[in-house]
Ligand binder design. Structure first.
Ligand SMILES: [Zn+2]
Length: 238
């Protein structure tokens, strides 16, 4: 009886080590996905900023196009004006005047367009500058985040080695029979081998309310008692 209590108390400590190891291993195994998510965030930010830059470049190109059209129209007006001096008929004169007026009307429309685009392009240029600064900050943030995740993994690996070493030493305090049962149940249960009686009547792992007969057996401490719900070894934690 004394031996069993001693075994279960030691097992309780062993499970604490195992839980710590599992928790750290979970952190380690989830790290690549976390890093991947951080890199995705960065790609997304870069795409957003590329779109802002493209918008600015497109507007600048539009201005250049409109300016080229403006130059063409102004050249045409100059040409028509020169031709006015050499026309022979009234009809030809009127036709030229009409073309000049039309070209001037087009020039006015193009000038308005250019003014509108210039207004917009200034704001877009400022947006590009802001976006580039934001990106620098964001890149630094992601870099720090990833480095923190990597540090956590490194620390986790060191801790796991330390805890595993202590666990190994601690394991020798427990009888092989109890230890084997615990390992087997823990494996099947996905993490819990030993369970505590909570509120005097239920299993701490699965919540099953324990039969009075089981509770009596646990109190007697003459043999291992298992939970009906999750098969964990039951133990009254002192
Ligand atoms: Zn249970």
């Amino acid at each position: 009886m004394e031996n069993l209590i001693h075994d279960l108390e030691a097992l309780s400590q062993l499970q604490d080590f195992d839980n710590k190891i599992s928790k750290i291993k979970e952190i380690i195994s989830s790290a690549p996905a976390k890093i991947e998510a951080k890199n995705q965030e960065l790609s997304q930010k870069r795409e957003e900023i590329a779109a802002i830059k493209k918008d600015f470049v497109d507007s600048s190109s539009s201005i250049k196009e409109q300016e080229a059209q403006l130059a063409q129209k102004e050249q045409a007006v100059g040409k028509y004006n020169a031709e006015l001096n050499s026309v022979k008929t009234n009809a030809a004169y009127s036709a030229l005047i009409e073309q000049i007026n039309k070209a001037k009307a087009d020039i006015s429309v193009i000038e308005d367009k250019i003014l509108g685009l210039l207004d917009g392009v200034e704001a877009k240029s400022a947006a590009v500058k802001k976006a580039e600064n934001d990106l620098k900050d964001f890149e630094n943030k992601i870099k720090t985040d990833i480095s923190n995740i990597e540090d956590e993994v490194k620390q986790g690996q060191d801790s796991v080695s330390d805890i595993e070493k202590t666990r190994q030493e601690h394991k020798d305090k427990i009888s092989k029979l109890v230890l084997d049962q615990y390992e087997r149940i823990r494996e099947g249960n996905g993490g819990a081998g030993l369970s505590y009686v909570e509120n005097g009547c239920s299993c701490s792992v699965c919540g099953t309310v324990l039969r009075p007969q089981l509770l009596n057996q646990i109190k007697k401490n003459t043999s291992l008692v298992f939970c009906d719900g999750c098969s964990s070894i039951l133990f009254f934690k002192s």
